[in-house]
Design a protein. Sequence first.
Length: 302
Amino acid sequence: GKEVIIANAIIAILTIGGQQLFSFFTFSCPCHVGQNLIYGLAFLGVPALILLIVGYALNNQTWRLVTGKRSHFEKVTTSDQLLKCKLICFVLCSITGRALVAPVTWLAVTLINGSYYVCAVSEYVPMYYYGANPNVTASERRRILATFPCSQLVPPEMTRTRDEVILLLRYQSQVAGWLLIAVVVITVFLSYCLASCFSPLSFLHFRYWSSYVHNEQELFDEATEQHSRLYAMQHVRKFFGFVPGSENVKEIRIPSLREWQAISGLAFLKQVDEEHYDYSLLHDWALKERANGRYLKTDEDP
C-alpha cells in the first residue's frame, strides 16, 4: 500500500543521509597493502549487515513468525502443513523485502560514491596498462597502488597514473552501483507482477482486503491500549485504594512493607496455568492477596 511505499522511501532517504555523514566523519583509507581490502569491504558490508538485522528486528511480522506456535492439542493435517509452509515462505519474503531496503540503499549509494571500492581494490589494478616501470617488483607495485587512494602519499611521477587508476575504479564502482539498483527495481517489479498473477483476489478486492487489514490492526492496537489500561487500573486500585485521575477520593490505602517488597524487584512473565500468565509482580500480588490493611481517609490528618 501507500504506507509501505512511503515507509520504504523514508528508510532509503535516512540511509542515504546516514551514509554521507558516516563517510564524511569516519572513512579514512589506510593506504597500506593488505589493509585496504579489509577496510573497504568492512565499510561496505558491515553497515549493510547491521541495517539488514535492524530491518528484521523492527518488523512486527518477524516476531509474529518467531513466537507463533500451534496448539499441542490441535491435530495437524498434511494440507494444513502445506498451507502453513506456503504462508511462512510468503511472510519471510515480505519481511526480507522490507528489511533489504536499507542495506541495498547503503550498498548502492556507497558504490556510486566510489570511495570504499577505490580503497578496497586499488592495489589489485593491473598497473602495466598505464606504462609503469616494468623493472619494479610485484610487491613494490602493490605497495605503490595501495597508496593511490591517498594522493599525498603518491610519488609526483605517478600522479597521472594515479588519476587514471582512480577514474577507472570509480567507473567500475558506479557501474556496479547502477546495476545493483537496476536489478533490485526489476526484481521488485517482477515480484509484484507474479504476486498479482497468483493472487486469488481481483484488483479491487485486494485493495479492500489491504484496507481491512490496516483498519483492523489500528482498531486492535487501540483496543489493546484501552484494555490493558483498564486491566492494570484494577490492580493499581487494589494496591493504592483509588484510581489515578479520580475526583473526590474519599480514602486511600497504605500498603504494608511486605506488600511493597512483593511488588518490587525483577518481574518475569510467569505461567499460572495452561491458559493464563502473570504479567508483573503487581499483577501477581493482586491475584493472590486480599486488599486488607490500613486505609486513610483523605479529609483526616495522618
